[in-house]
Design a protein around this ligand. Structure first.
Ligand SMILES: Cc1cc2nc3c(=O)[nH]c(=O)nc-3n(C[C@H](O)[C@H](O)[C@H](O)COP(=O)(O)O)c2cc1C
Ligand SMILES: [Mn+2]
Length: 497
């Protein structure tokens, strides 16, 4: 098996796995869909295909809403396995011996095969609408929350090219529908699409793909370095190149397997008020000027399916896109900060508010070094609070992390207050984009860091553990409870569902 080839194969797979429900009842994409999905997401429920969302196009939502579906999308047992695929390539060493050389060549080939390839035609261009024929009002675009300024296209893959280098960028940036043929383009200031826009002194051509296979859709949200094409990552993770067709009215290539593509342009300096929008921070983002996207053509499949997602107070469906990024990027992070063992971005922290990181600590001040590394690493640089724990602490076990913070921290000595760039959407800092950072060093310390001798942690001896394991049935206490760590892990899985 391989990850699904397009949205329809994905829907079929979800259906076979009992992971999708078709809803025939008429529903309103204005607020009603949000309320339904909010309940289903929080209950760990299925993907929903609304076949009658007051539009001729069905609306697909909650395709990513559980860990199981995310793993189905990547065709991997766990998200860490997806990360390992990438790590294997990143950590390639000069091969020793013939067997390793052959394996090395295979890895190199898998990179070469990841390049998107151009094909002559694709289903996304079965229907072609241009000029006045384009009417975004025909799509079941959701107005998600009562305070939203209007309908927003929430799950797009926005494609642009760097005017200097021609390098492609694909990003997930929401589009507020302003009228039949224009939207706002929500390029936050730290993002690659915005950089392409700033580099142009006239028109920037833009294509927006909607309804992709799940891996390619995910990669639009992946925080890659600017010069890396997200479609290349998609090809690598799928094990098959993304196929592209030439767009009809702009000089861009678009995924041949998409359901819908919006083609058009953005004129440098033409801005419109975007928002308010009920955002993934759990608050409404206030109105702010953003570039205007003119849609000059709309191509689609016959009976095109429209994909959507709701963000809001966590947890929402996007939690799992974020968790995928957390897991997939761990090997890449360890390439530049090798002492990092693991990290966790709590969903409740909206991803940029908090990062818990465990490190293999070998010298004084290393926790502070890692805090600064995170504050200097891609979009992780926007992290507000970093909590550093020792390598033996399970960063995904928030009880254990809280225990370490309580037990190991002298606030005067171990709390670092710094400052730097903050997330575009963070409403808490006094200034937009810029403010305070908090680092908490919850690792063990020693005299070289100005502390007293650090006491040993309480652990039962292996010998007694074994004896109790063997004798458990004699005690008449029923089935043996799971050892602590494993029980917590199971509990966490349950809470996540
Ligand atoms: C559901 C969802 C919606 C998002 N909406 C936006 C958005 O409106 N604007 C934005 O700048 N980033 C948004 N993001 C985050 C970007 O997709 C992410 O930062 C990605 O790395 C951007 O691509 P880039 O790194 O090529 O700029 C969203 C992410 C998700 C999962
Ligand atoms: Mn990018």
């Amino acid at each position: 098996m391989a990850p699904p080839a397009d949205l329809r194969a994905w829907i079929a797979l979800l259906e076979r796995e009992g992971e999708l429900v078709r809803v025939g009842a008429e529903v309103d994409p204005h607020l009603e869909v949000t309320e339904i999905v909010d309940r289903v997401v929080k209950a760990g429920g299925p993907a929903l295909l609304f076949e009658n969302a007051k539009s001729q196009h069905p609306l697909l939502i909650n395709q990513f809403g559980t860990e199981r579906r995310m793993c189905l999308a990547f065709d991997a047992p766990t998200l860490d396995d997806v990360g390992r695929r990438l790590g294997d390539v990143l950590e390639m060493q000069p091969p020793q011996g013939l067997a390793e050389k052959v394996r090395g060549l295979k890895k190199l080939k898998s990179i070469a095969d990841s390049q998107p390839k151009t094909v002559r035609s694709g289903p996304v261009q079965e229907v072609m609408l241009q000029g006045d024929e384009v009417n975004l009002g025909r799509l079941p675009v959701q107005t998600c929350w009562p305070g939203d300024a209007g309908p927003f296209i929430t799950l797009p893959a926005v494609i642009t090219k760097d005017p200097r280098t021609g390098g492609r960028n694909v990003g997930m940036y929401r589009l507020q529908v302003l009228d039949e043929r224009t939207t706002a383009m929500h390029w936050q200031i730290h993002k690659d699409g915005r950089a392409d826009y700033l580099m142009t002194d006239g028109k920037l051509e833009v294509a927006v793909a909607l309804g992709l296979d799940p891996v390619t859709a995910y990669t639009a949200s992946a925080p890659l370095p600017k010069h890396v094409d997200e479609l290349m990552l998609a090809g690598f993770l799928r094990g098959e190149a993304v196929e592209l067709v030439q767009a009809k009215t702009v000089d861009l290539e678009v995924p041949a397997n998409a359901e819908i593509v919006l083609e058009g342009y953005i004129q440098q300096g033409e801005l419109a008020e975007e928002g308010p929008f009920g955002d993934h921070t759990g608050y409404y983002t206030p109105p702010e000027p953003f570039p205007v996207f003119h849609v000059s053509a709309l191509t689609m499949r016959r009976d095109a399916i429209y994909p959507s997602i709701v963000v809001g107070k966590p947890p929402q469906e996007d939690a799992w896109l974020g968790k995928a990024t957390e897991r997939i990027f761990l090997p890449a992070i360890r390439m530049s900060v090798p002492e990092i063992v693991d990290y966790d971005l709590p969903v409740a922290g909206a991803f940029h508010n908090c990062c818990i990181v465990s490190i293999r600590k070998a010298y004084p001040g290393q926790a502070q070094k890692v805090m600064h590394a995170i504050w200097g690493l891609g979009l992780l640089s926007l992290t507000k609070a970093v909590v550093v724990v020792d390598e033996w602490v399970d960063v995904h076990d928030y009880d254990e992390v809280f225990f370490r913070v309580g037990a190991n921290v002298d606030p005067k000595r171990d709390v670092l207050i710094s400052e730097g760039p903050l997330d575009h959407l963070d409403h808490a800092p006094t200034l937009q984009f810029y403010g305070g950072k908090l680092g908490i060093d919850a690792t063990h310390k020693g005299p070289t860091e100005g502390t007293r001798e650090w006491p040993p942690e309480i652990e039962m001896s292996d010998e007694v553990r074994r004896r109790v394991d063997e004798r458990w049935s004699e005690y008449g206490l029923g089935a043996a409870p799971e050892p602590n760590g494993r029980r917590r892990a199971a509990l966490r899985q349950l809470l996540r569902r």
